[in-house]
Design a protein around this ligand. Structure first.
Ligand SMILES: [Zn+2]
Length: 286
């Protein structure tokens, strides 16, 4: 259904142009991790007051936003279709809004951590807070949330990136980038944004399920005779992220230890059970 350069962002505009020309022949969406490596270099945190205070080399937001603008223009020129992964700053949201206003075929996503955390959360140098793109400033977080509300950003995606304990238990600068997010995505967003009065539940559900259609898959539909694609959620369930371990083999979650509301009890995908909460498993076995 698509192709991605995640992990190895396309640096050359000419190379991406060629890829877009091929895409027009073979279809599929090009999903892009936007990062100019001549700007991000060896940085391990967002370039700003916190990187300065900690004495860590920073990555300027420009490293992402200039590439979003470049690739949107290339897609517009070639009449091709691109999707921007995990946007992290206000300038990228502006570039996407501009591209959409011009009628270029672009879409974008944002992660729960970029919607809920900022560079201030990195002050403790917890390596679970080290991810790529980095957590930026509060004005960036606010712009991402506004972009999601307005539809400039089409959907939420987790950028789930598991790492082994020994990989992350090293000095901050040496740690690999990435946080897990699948197990906390709904609850973290529901707790802070919906219960916090910043986002309607209906809109959160729409944005968390909109990804399928963007990639040409059928839209989620609950209807008689159709394969079930649904999630059963206990909105009142209160839990502490990671308190009883993780389903993932990795524990590098930036929301670990947070008290959250909303627990996904059951997930049905294409007609079969994809995930069942342990409490329900016990009931099922009994
Ligand atoms: Zn990426």
């Amino acid at each position: 259904m698509g192709f991605t350069d995640d992990g190895h962002p396309v640096q050359s505009a000419g190379m991406l142009r060629k890829a877009l020309q091929y895409q027009r022949l073979c279809g599929g969406v090009l999903a892009l991790h936007e990062e100019d490596r001549t700007l991000s270099r060896e940085g391990s945190i967002h370039e700003g007051p916190v990187s300065a205070a900690l004495g860590l080399s920073g990555i300027p937001s420009l490293s992402e936003s200039t590439m979003v603008a470049r690739d949107a223009a290339l897609a517009g020129y070639e009449g091709a279709r691109v999707h921007f992964q995990h946007l992290s700053c206000a300038a990228s949201v502006e570039a996407v809004a501009d591209a959409k206003a011009r009628g270029w075929r672009v879409s974008a996503e944002v992660t729960p951590h970029h919607l809920l955390l900022t560079e201030e959360d990195v002050r403790g140098m917890n390596t679970s807070m080290k991810m790529n793109p980095t957590l930026a400033g509060e004005p960036d977080r606010a712009a991402l949330l506004e972009g999601l509300r307005a539809g400039t950003i089409d959907c939420v995606a987790t950028d789930h990136a598991p790492h082994a304990r020994d990989e992350k238990e090293v000095p901050f600068e040496q740690a690999p980038m990435g946080t897990t997010g699948l197990e906390t995505a709904f609850a973290a967003l529901y707790t802070d944004l919906v219960r916090g009065g910043e986002l309607e539940l209906e809109l959160l559900v729409q944005r968390m399920t909109a990804g399928a259609e963007l990639f040409g898959l059928p839209a989620p539909l609950i209807a008689q005779g159709q394969p079930a694609n649904a999630a059963l959620i206990d909105l009142d369930a209160r839990w502490v992220a990671g308190e009883h371990g993780w389903r993932s083999r990795s524990a590098n979650c930036c929301f670990a230890g947070r008290a959250l509301y909303g627990r996904v009890m059951l997930t049905l995908a294409a007609g079969s059970v994809a995930h069942r909460e342990q409490a329900l498993e016990r009931v099922a076995v009994a």
